[in-house]
Design a protein around this ligand. Structure first.
Ligand code: CMC
Length: 430
């Protein structure tokens, strides 16, 4: 970040010089930190469309060009050549690991995959029909009650242990939420397997049968994890940062991130998208749904379409689409009706003026559900899989914020439009 020039703000007869910064990439930034103390005004930006809430070195998105970089590396290269745990290392520590560093990191994560045995009873307190995301919010929040020795955020060692614990345990937590939800016994982690293969086994193995992980599916799973690993200051990451700014413990912060991710405008869109494809059912009904999405009086939106930052194709969606083709072919599913509907829906939407003028393109959630369903996951597991993948992004951003000497409690201001001072009226006089 370099000081560039200043911006002049005129309010009535008063002029204020505001510093400007040129970031390593992306638009210049006006520093308004002294605006209130020097000019007595706030800025107004609901939805933070023009506000940089922090400085960061982790992830960069160029929404106009459809570019996503983690520590400078493009997501398509990482999805093709790297793997999830290596990307975790990159996000957490800033550089790709050397061979020995990667080995150490993998063994560290692998040795933290088990959950405290008493957490079993915590799971059993949920109703069986609870959504796995509801279970995850609760269980991750409860980790602060089980791992007291990694909740002191002022201690770098404890921060490190908490980070590794969360990355390592999240697949177990998500898989157990699923197992509990469907009434099957929990499957313990198996440390001889890769991160993704272990997750598949914990989801799909049963004690009564041998289970061999299909390496092709494990690779596809790993790629889904990689594509969701981080996405700079989105709603759930900003939630984690805001929760953490008060000094809350890491498990509570990540639980807050999971809660924010759950909504259909964010991580919940993958479930909503597959349900939409199911509802459309066949390609001949697509025009009807496109018309509904365009109708201002109809709340229906094309799920898996549009993005606050991308005004071009989401680069993750490109890889996801290719993966969907590969996985379905490998599984011998050559006539998946949902994939056919998705491709035709994409084609028709992209050639429609409404979508091109508003620059609405498929996002990461458009094709991911098709792959996950083909792998055997029910729709209720789509968002938990997003949450487990995004954990490393949340943790990296959380760590970065705590290590930043400039960080302060997050405390937005408001444009107040309610009643001004008035006297209390006794109930009998109202
Ligand atoms: N279908 C139909 N119209 C849409 C859609 C859509 N999917 N997305 C945006 N629009 C319209 C919207 O109605 C608005 O029109 P107008 O200017 O006439 O009022 C315009 O496009 C701009 O939309 P917006 O809601 O102001 O944009 P936003 O940046 O606030 O919202 C979004 C971004 C992702 C929430 C939104 O595009 C959306 O709801 N998409 C569907 C849900 C979805 O796929 N979410 C996943 C996002 S990517 C993964 C993640 O973040 O977890």
């Amino acid at each position: 970040m370099t000081d560039r020039t200043t911006a002049t703000l005129r309010i009535g007869s008063k002029e204020l010089e505001l510093p400007m910064f040129s970031p390593a990439a992306g638009p210049d930034v006006i520093d308004i930190r002294k605006l209130y103390s020097e000019a007595g005004v706030f800025t107004y930006d609901p939805g933070y469309t023009s506000t940089a809430s922090c400085d960061s070195t982790i992830t960069f998105i160029d929404g106009e060009e459809g570019i996503l970089l983690h520590r400078g590396y493009p997501i398509d290269q990482l999805a093709e050549k790297s793997h999830y745990l290596e990307v975790c290392y990159l996000l957490l520590y800033g550089e790709l690991p050397t061979g020995p560093q990667l080995e150490d990191f993998q063994s560290l994560v692998t040795n933290h995959t088990m959950l405290h045995e008493q957490m079993l009873y915590f799971y059993r307190g949920f109703r069986r029909d609870a959504h796995p995301m509801a279970i995850m919010v609760g269980v991750v929040g409860a980790m602060s009650a089980f791992y007291h020795d990694s909740t002191d955020i002022r201690d770098p060692w404890q921060r490190e242990v908490a980070s590794i614990r969360m990355i390592a345990k999240m697949p177990t937590i998500a898989a157990w939420a699923y197992k509990y939800h469907i009434g099957q016994p929990f499957v313990y982690p198996c440390n001889s397997l890769t991160y993704a293969a272990n997750f598949l086994r914990m989801c799909f193995a049963v004690p009564a049968d041998d289970y061999v992980v299909n390496p092709i599916l494990a690779r596809a799973m790993d790629r889904i994890f990689t594509l969701h690993a981080d996405h700079e200051q989105n709603a759930s990451t900003s939630t984690v940062r805001l929760a953490s700014s008060s000094g809350a413990n890491p498990f509570a912060c990540i639980a807050a991130g999971i809660a924010s991710l759950w909504g259909p405008a964010h991580g919940g869109a993958n479930q909503a998208c597959l349900e939409m494809l199911e509802q459309i059912g066949s390609t001949d009904r697509i025009p009807e749904f496109i018309d509904r999405a365009k109708d201002r009086d109809d709340p229906f939106r094309l799920m898996g379409f549009g993005h606050r930052v991308y005004k071009n194709v989401d680069p993750r969606a490109k890889v996801m689409k290719q993966s969907a083709d590969e996985v379905l072919e490998l599984l011998g599913i050559d006539d998946n009706p949902k994939l056919q509907v998705a491709k035709e829906l994409e084609r028709q939407a992209l050639s429609d003026k409404y979508f091109s003028e508003k620059r609405l393109f498929p996002n990461v959630d458009f094709y991911s559900g098709i792959i996950l369903e083909a792998m055997g996951f029910p729709t209720s597991m789509f968002t938990p899989i997003f949450a487990l993948s995004r954990t490393v992004g949340w943790i990296s951003q959380w760590k970065e914020q705590l290590e930043d000497p400039k960080h302060r409690i997050g405390r937005p201001r408001q444009l107040y439009e309610g009643e001004t001072l008035r006297d209390y009226v006794n109930v009998e006089d109202r």
